[in-house]
Design a protein around this ligand. Sequence first.
Ligand code: THU
Length: 125
Amino acid sequence: MLPLRAVAARHSYSPYSKFPVGAAVLAASGKIYTGANIENASFGLCNCAERTAVFTAAAAGERKLRAVAIYTPTPTATAPCGACRQVLNEFGPDMTVLSTCDSDDRLETTLPKLLPFGFGPQDLA
Ligand code: THU
């Protein structure tokens, strides 16, 4: 698999922010799906790298995600935005979240820590 920095550099479409992000999700099947941020001239419709990766996995039939790894072009590791936390929660409520950046700084945590009391499928059951 490409390093996430390379996923971001090669596949990110970020002409407005010039902030290329790469992400990869590990599914319960053992497969890994990558994504990059895809921006839009209508700024509100920009899609983060994490959500691109989740939607790619889901479109391939995956329904259980174990972990997500993220690269942002920053000096320190950053956590996923609120919208991405909600989307990650749909298929990976217990998942590990690992953030990487342009230095050796790392953030390793879990989705329940980033999204406590999250709203999910169980709330509609
Ligand atoms: N972005 C991501 O793709 N993931 C993050 O975790 C943070 C933000 C994108 C959204 C937008 O395309 C650009 O980075 C600037 O916010």
